[in-house]
Design a protein around this ligand. Structure first.
Ligand code: PMP
Length: 307
């Protein structure tokens, strides 16, 4: 999806003009994928713009950094303030937020410890990741021939830039074959997640999603939707799924900050349910959007208003 430029990007404590927010071509992260990042959304609410689960996202950023021996030189509160300042400086009411911590310019070779650590926060308006049509009618997905990174090769608990080259392989395969998105299995054949989304199936009224130990990201939207589903009285299970569980499901859907709650209408050329958004997906999606836009008091703690 194209990026819509706005005015400012926060870099290492300063708000710079969009075009000035540049890094050297010999930056460590460009060559070795040595960065960790987050994707966060700001939603428009009746009280003004609010960041969705910002502390949970930033805590995950610090966990990702910890794994790669990165000491982020800002506190969670300072980065949360940086997000607020950047959104305000750009006059945005609803947008995507991309904080990134990366090994910068000054050192080559795989050992990153002498390279500087840089921190940026960028924001831009970003619509529905898999398209507005997809939110209502669903996407067609293909189970990828590429396996998800093994936990002991490239840990899936972190959100590191380099590991996304695994998702890129799967995404390219699915796009070249005419599908919208890929689903990745782990080395044991169990379902993990999409190239950038968690996955859920509904069968006989029960909602199941793969456990984190399968090798999916500990998604914040995943957790939000599980909470919402339980609050609505549904049974939610975290259990390993095999590919045929997707073929036999009544409903399948993705969750993610970018993809929000996107129905899946077809898996490997097999229609899911009625071949459109199912009733439980619709209910969960509607409740999720009501929560993100501040319409439900029960979930107001998920929102941090941009004063
Ligand atoms: N899985 C992968 C591989 C992802 O990249 C993402 C996006 N961060 C997700 C799942 C969904 O996570 P979240 O809901 O926290 O955005």
């Amino acid at each position: 999806m194209p990026i819509t430029p706005v005015d400012k990007i926060w870099m290492d404590g300063e708000l710079l003009d969009w075009d000035q927010a540049q890094i050297h071509v010999l930056s460590h992260a460009l060559h070795y994928g040595s960065g960790v990042f987050e994707g966060i959304r700001v939603y428009e609410t009746a009280q003004g713009p609010a960041v969705f689960r910002v502390h949970d996202h930033l805590k995950r950023l610090f966990r990702s950094a910890h794994l790669y021996h990165m000491e982020i030189p800002f506190s969670i509160q300072a980065l949360s303030d940086a997000i607020t300042d950047t959104v305000k400086a750009n006059g945005l009411t609803a947008c995507y937020v991309r904080p990134i911590v990366y090994r910068g310019y000054g050192e080559m070779g795989v050992n990153p410890l002498q390279a500087p650590l840089n921190v940026c926060v960028a924001t831009w308006p970003w619509g529905a990741y898999l398209g507005e049509h997809a939110l209502e009618h669903g996407v067609r997905v293909k189970i990828s021939s590429w396996k998800r990174n093994d936990q002991n090769s490239l840990p899936t608990s972190a959100k590191a830039t380099g590991q996304y080259i695994n998702s890129v392989l799967a995404k390219l395969e699915s796009v070249h074959a005419g599908y919208d998105e890929a689903i990745m299995l782990n080395q044991h054949g169990f379902v993990t997640d999409g190239s950038g989304e968690n996955i859920f199936v509904v069968r006989d009224g029960v909602i199941t999603t793969p456990p984190i130990s399968a090798g999916c990201l500990d998604g914040i939207t995943r957790e939000s939707v599980m909470t919402i589903a339980r609050d609505l009285g549904y049974e939610v299970r975290e259990e390993n799924l095999v590919r045929t569980d997707l073929y036999h499901a009544d409903e399948v859907f993705f969750t993610g900050t970018a993809a929000e709650v996107t129905p899946i209408r077809e898996v490997d050329d097999r229609r899911v349910g009625e071949g459109t958004r199912g009733p439980m997906t619709k209910e969960l999606q509607g409740t999720f959007f009501a929560a993100t836009t501040g319409e439900l008091d029960a979930y107001s703690s998920w929102l941090s208003p941009i004063g």
